[in-house]
Design a protein around this ligand. Sequence first.
Ligand code: SF4
Length: 601
Amino acid sequence: MTAGGYFGQALVVDAATGTSVAQPLTDEILRAYVGGSGLGTWLLHRLGTPGAGALDASAPLAFVFSPLVGTPLTTSAKFAVVAKSPLTGMLTDALASSQFAIAGKLTGHDAIVIRGRAPRLSVLLADGDGSRLLDARHLAGRTAAETDESLRDQLGRGWRVAAIGPAGERGVRYATISHDGRHAGRGGLGAVMGAKNLKAIAVRAAVKVTTADPRRVLAAARDLRERSFGPATAKYRELGTLANLLTFNAIATLPTRNFQAAEFEGADRLAGSAPDEAVEGMRRVARSSCASCTIGCEHIYRVGGGKKARVEYENVFALGPMCGVSDPGAVLTASARCDELGIDTISAGGTIAWAMECAQRGLIDAPWLSFGDPAALLRALDEIGTRDTPLGFLLGEGSRQASLTVGGGSASFAPHVKGLEMPGYEPRTLHAMALGLAVNARGADHNRSGAYEADLSGELDRLDGGDAHVAAAIETEDRAAIMDSLILCKFLRGVFTDPFREWAGLLAPVTGWDVSAGELHATARRIVLAKRVYNIREGWQPSDDWLPERLLNEPVVLPSGRVATLTADRLRAMIGAYYQKRGLDHQGFPRPGTAAGPGLD
Ligand code: SF4
């Protein structure tokens, strides 16, 4: 009998025909990988052809749900989209939340995996009757939001839609998949969907899901709901993540002009000290939340022309300081433009910032593309979205591939790890985070490693990475592996004082498993290893666990006068200690005889 919270099967679809088969998922596999990111990693191992390109027809694109989806537990309406990334050539697992997660799971499946390529631009429909294709040629070039609206008008409001924008159709390697205004953002999943000729996937609930002990689940949900209103989430509710911008600026942790500085003179203009007020055109007009969330961290700002944009630290960092732009209206407009095109704001900002530096150095012929120019930022975004100019095509490849094409030493300042552009955390002044970014399976990623929390805790010297930083990086990576597989929102993490025990206390009444904190810790390590093993199968090399040269050669001076350096020797030492503590050999490969995990070869 399948455990509570699961259906014990994945729907495996052939996009060439729209037909599908059910792949059984045993209790052993579900318990070993839980759901979301963990189960998606296992599905990629099993259903992907080793060495196949991310945009090949055969490459699997997995929408993976979790045992908590459909329960009253706050922030649980989430899903993971897992595939080989066209940016990195390695695993990417973007999480998102919306009603799509609930409707998708209640088709009666723990995951929907798509392989193959539709003969024409299509929508994949999945519900209790299985799957089928719908012609979508009339939706070509439309935004994800327009596509969602149009399809729900056509099919009925019971359908939930995840769609790509124009950039996904054109193969921009950091295109997103969007639904209810949220995005599976990082790693280019929209390009994978576009390569399958799928404009959208639409799902409709058909069945109910049962839990093993509904009364205990309800009691746990009530308790978690109460705690979600407490001080641990106040920052997200009241200020949103944009509050980080001023804090990071004050401690020289705000990457600026493609990591040429760690403080931005325009930070106050962008974030202001009172974000509720009109700050030179940046005015907060609403607060909102994902489906099934009691925190509500979404802060919506007016853009102009009647448009609105969701503001988070990462999109403001990437399209603001990273590109030297301090005009709040331009940053909001650029953010909204990324949503319309369907591209990841972090990769877009990072790639454009790199191109601005190339233009400054005369490495690319685009004299108009200068740091700090709002018009240049918006023009570059449009060229990326349409890909109809040589520059737009080049930048649509991401900073790593573009730097290999341009040459001239530009790879040394391309802001990526493994091909994924860096988030807004300055590694030279956050050494635990530097390690987390270097070794993570997805590349430069602040969601799979929260090591910056240790750097900012005040308990470690953030400029002097050592063993304590390594331990902190491993612990946050393990926690993320479980939160991303259960799946719970990371903004809830502060309410858990003994997280693995408390997460086991949520999973047990849902599934009926007698799961313990120790078991979940082992599960976390298994999932982290499974991602590494997948990447190794797809060509990972030890040199991929590294940071851009600029960050190892150019020091940063703090406001206090202290000089922050992150040398290659220091990073190498931390990586070596990380491998040792993870049970890997000195190059980062599993030691002979290491069991990767159930169901993996
Ligand atoms: S805290 Fe924010 S991101 Fe997390 S589920 Fe709630 S609204 Fe969504």
